[in-house]
Design a protein around this ligand. Structure first.
Ligand code: AHZ
Length: 310
């Protein structure tokens, strides 16, 4: 037994010292036998950590109070849209508002229960652009874990200098302006608050919300539920659309085409994409196949660029 342990130790040590896989700074740490005996972290004071976070957070709130585009919801559709827009137009300032602490929406939650994520072609083009590997099964492709898709699109979005994700922040109303014809309102931004505050409007009164002015809002808040379909439900209560069609039962074949094709500006200044749209149009749901969410995000980005190219 002793001898076995010795061998394991020697193999590990050899790999760490000579192995080709670990290079750079990590190798510098591993090749020095006394590294952990002599190391200590650089000095810190607690307030420095607090200030390092809050100074940046409030500077971002200040800067993004005037944004070019607000994306509501960081699910698979919202993130795909942010990736496409942020990459195509580095000149646009894009705020993403996500009610949950964890971004990713359904793709990060139930979408991981069987690990793999299915996307029907041609959504493989989006995966290739992202650099997410997949197995080609003919009409559809399979990513080995849904988390690989979500974490990759999220990391690429977060690396873009012109995009800011505010999580744990709920959009609790839309900013509107009277349209030129005096009837159809224009959406001109969003009212936000920390989600925990938004959830307590019933038992704590008068908690100031925040605002973001933006000429264009893209809403991707998912189908109706505790959080979903936020913007389109608000459009009904402010009488900008008469009623919602209501999401219909599951039909993969028709649902995905319908969502992508109908991703559009619903009222001036508000584009709706992803499963939120099924509530407007009375479209079917597609269940656990995610190509339409990625491509609805791309279509929403294209619709947005039409507005900005005018
Ligand atoms: O937390 C919500 C989620 O992350 C967020 N959200 C909702 N209301 C919000 C609000 N303010 C800020 N008022 C809000 N954020 O929006 C995100 C929506 O993500 P999602 O994954 O639910 O929607 P999606 O359209 O991107 O993807 C839908 C995925 C589904 S559902 C489905 C089916 O039921 O058949 N099939 C697919 C592919």
């Amino acid at each position: 037994h002793h001898q076995q342990r010795e061998e394991v130790f020697i193999t590990k040590k050899t790999a760490a010292t000579d192995g080709p896989a670990v290079t750079g700074h990590l190798a510098d740490m591993l090749k020095n036998d006394n590294y952990w005996d002599t190391f200590s972290f650089a000095p810190i004071r607690e307030s420095i950590v607090s200030r390092a976070m809050t100074r940046r957070y409030f500077a971002d709130l200040d800067s993004y109070a005037e944004s070019d585009i607000v994306i509501v919801g960081a699910g698979s559709c919202g993130l795909s849209c942010a990736y496409t827009l942020g990459k195509l137009r580095p000149d646009l300032k894009i705020a993403i508002i996500e009610a949950g602490v964890a971004p990713g929406g359904g793709a990060w939650l139930g979408g991981q229960l069987f690990s793999a994520m299915v996307m029907r072609k041609p959504a493989d083009l989006f995966l290739s652009d992202l650099g997410v590997p997949f197995e080609d099964e003919g009409d559809y492709v399979v990513v080995k874990h849904a988390a690989l898709f979500t974490s990759t699109v999220l990391s690429k979005v977060l690396l873009l200098p012109n995009v800011k994700l505010f999580n744990a922040t709920a959009v609790e109303d839309l900013i509107t302006r009277k349209g030129d014809d005096g009837e159809k309102l224009r959406v001109a931004g969003v009212v936000t608050n920390w989600t925990l505050v938004s959830m307590h409007h019933d038992d704590q009164s008068c908690m100031d919300p925040n605002t973001i002015n933006a000429p264009l809002v893209i809403s991707t808040t998912g189908h109706d539920g505790p959080f979903g379909a936020f913007s389109v439900k608000r459009l009904v209560s402010m009488k900008q659309i008469e009623q919602l069609g209501g999401m219909r039962g599951l039909d993969m074949q028709s649902a995905e085409d319908a969502i992508v094709k109908n991703t559009r500006e619903i009222v001036p200044g508000l584009i709706v994409g992803g499963m939120e749209l099924s509530e407007v149009d009375g479209a079917n749901r597609m269940g656990p196949t995610f190509g339409a969410m990625a491509l609805s995000g791309v279509k929403a980005a294209e619709e947005a660029l039409k507005v900005f190219d005018l």
